[in-house]
Design a protein. Structure first.
Length: 419
C-alpha cells in the first residue's frame, strides 16, 4: 500500500516517573492504565498501527515486565509476518541504557539490517496520537533531516518541563532549548509557547551519524539524551535542516503530558468529553488494547445515577451517583455511594455509604463502607462500622494526597501477581 521504507521506535522505558504511586517501582509509566481499558502506551502504538507502519521496535528498560507482557499479549497478534514485525527490546548486556539516545544506539545494528530510509522515534509515556504518515509526508516535502512534532502550549505550564522551539514562516526551526525556565512566547500570543512533543522523524543516515558521534562522548560530556544533547548539537553544527510539524490542526492528532497526577486526571476528564479529539471514539482511528470479551457486561441497578462516565465490562454498580468517573473492569461499588471525578482501576471494591472525590485508585484497592475522601483528607462518616477499622488503616497507609488534593491510592505491593 505504501512504498515508504520507514521503521518506528517507541521509547517506553524511562526510569523517572511523575506517577510514582501508580508505578510503585514495579510498573513502567507507559504501562499505567488509562481510560477504562487501555495502557498509556496503547495510544502511540495505535498511531503507528493506524498509520500502517508495521515495522516497530519498543525499547524497554526499567520495570518492564508488566509492560512487556501487555505488549506481547495485546499487540503481538496484531502484527503480521515477513515484512511486518513488532519487537520488544531491552538493554544490551552488560550495558544499561544511559539515555533516550543511547537506547536507540544500542539497537542500531537492527536498523542497519533493516535499512529503512526514515526512522520515527516516538515517546511512549504520554497520551499521544499522531498520523505518522502525514508527518512523514511533511518531512519528505521539506527534505528535512529531522522533523519534530510540536504544539502550542500555555507558557506558564511549559516552564521547565518541555523543549521549546521557534520556527520561521516555512516551518524551519531556528531555535531549540530543552526545559528552559524562560520559554520563548509565540509572536502575537505572549501567553503561549511552542513545545516539542518528543516525537521525531529522522533520515536514517542522519540519525545513525549523530548517535555514533554521541556514543563516543563520555558520560560527563553527554547525558546521551535526544532533547538535552542530540538535537542541540545538531543545531550547533548548522549542518542539518530541522523542521517542526505542528499537530494542532491535524486530524487524529492530540497530545497530553503525563508528568504528574494533575496531568493524568485532566486528560482522563478530557477522555470523557465526546467533543474532544481524545474522547471522540473515531471509528476510523481506533485505539486498540486489552480484549475484555471474556467478562460479562456491566450491571447498573436502577437506583444509580451515572453521568459523563465510563463503566467497563464486569462492573457491578449499586451507587447512588457517579459523575465524571472511569471504572475499569470488575469494579464493585456499594449502595448509597457517590463518586465524583474518580478513577478506579481493575477489581477495586468500594463499600456502601462512601463519598470519593478526586480519587485515583490502583488495582484491587478496597474502600471500606462509611468513608469519605474529599478535599485532601479521609474521614469516617456516620455509617462507618468499627469492625472495618483494620481495612481503614490499611487504606490509610496506601493513601497519598498531592498538592492539588488529588487522592492517589497505591496498593500495588499487596499482590505479587499485579500487572
Amino acid at each position: 500500500m505504501f512504498k515508504d521504507n520507514i521503521v518506528g521506535i517507541i521509547l517506553a522505558g524511562g526510569k523517572k516517573s511523575g506517577l510514582k504511586y501508580l508505578t510503585s517501582d514495579v510498573r513502567a509509566q507507559s504501562a499505567v492504565p488509562f481510560g477504562g481499558k487501555f495502557r498509556i502506551i496503547d495510544f502511540v502504538m495505535s498511531s503507528f498501527f493506524n498509520s500502517y507502519i508495521k515495522k516497530l521496535y519498543v525499547l524497554v528498560q526499567d520495570k518492564s515486565i508488566s509492560l512487556s507482557e501487555h505488549l506481547q499479549a495485546n499487540w503481538g497478534p496484531r502484527f503480521g509476518f515477513g515484512d511486518e514485525f513488532f519487537r520488544v527490546i531491552g538493554p544490551v548486556p552488560p550495558n544499561w541504557q544511559k539515555g533516550s539516545a543511547d537506547s536507540v544506539w544500542q539497537m542500531s545494528d537492527n536498523l542497519r539490517v533493516d535499512k529503512p530510509d526514515y526512522i520515527a522515534v516516538f515517546g511512549g509515556e504520554q497520551i499521544s496520537s499522531i498520523d505518522v504518515r502525514k508527518m512523514l509526508e511533511f518531512h519528505k516535502q521539506q527534505n528535512a533531516d529531522l522533523t519534530i512534532s510540536s504544539l502550542k502550549y500555555p507558557i506558564q505550564e511549559a516552564s521547565g518541563r518541555f523543549g521549546i522551539i521557534k520556527s520561521d514562516d516555512n516551518g524551519v526551526i531556528i531555535s531549540f532549548s530543552e526545559k528552559t525556565e524562560t520559554p520563548t512566547p509565540i509572536e502575537k500570543d505572549s501567553e503561549f509557547t511552542k513545545i516539542s512533543l518528543g516525537n521525531y522523524i529522522f533520515k536514517t543516515d542522519v540519525l545513525l551519524k549523530v548517535l555514533e558521534e554521541d556514543s563516543k562522548m563520555s558520560d560527563e560530556e553527554s547525558a546521551h539524551d535526544f532533547g538535552r544533547n542530540i538535537i542541540p548539537k545538531m543545531f550547533e553544527s548548522k549542518e542539518y535542516k530541522i523542521c517542526e510539524y505542528d499537530i494542532e490542526n491535524c486530524d487524529n492528532s492530540y497530545w497530553y503530558p503525563m508528568g504528574n497526577y494533575d496531568d493524568y486526571l485532566k486528560s482522563s476528564v478530557e477522555f470523557l468529553d465526546s467533543e474532544s479529539k481524545l474522547g471522540s471514539y473515531d471509528p476510523n482511528w481506533p485505539i486498540y488494547s486489552t480484549n475484555t470479551d471474556n467478562l460479562p457486561p456491566a450491571r447498573i441497578v436502577e437506583t444509580s445515577s451515572v453521568k459523563n462516565s465510563i463503566i467497563s465490562d464486569g462492573c457491578v454498580i449499586n451507587a447512588k451517583k457517579i459523575d465524571t468517573a472511569i471504572l475499569f473492569p470488575n469494579v464493585r461499588v456499594g449502595e448509597r455511594t457517590v463518586l465524583n471525578k474518580t478513577i478506579l482501576f481493575n477489581d477495586v471494591q468500594v463499600g456502601e455509604d462512601c463519598t470519593l472525590e478526586n480519587v485515583i485508585a490502583d488495582k484491587r484497592c478496597v474502600f471500606p463502607s462509611g468513608i469519605t475522601i474529599k478535599n485532601g483528607k479521609m474521614t469516617k462518616n456516620k455509617k462507618f462500622d468499627p469492625k472495618d477499622q483494620e481495612a481503614y488503616e490499611r487504606l490509610e497507609s496506601k493513601l497519598h494526597f498531592t498538592e492539588s488534593n488529588i487522592a492517589v491510592v497505591s496498593c500495588y505491593h499487596d499482590y505479587s501477581d499485579r500487572v
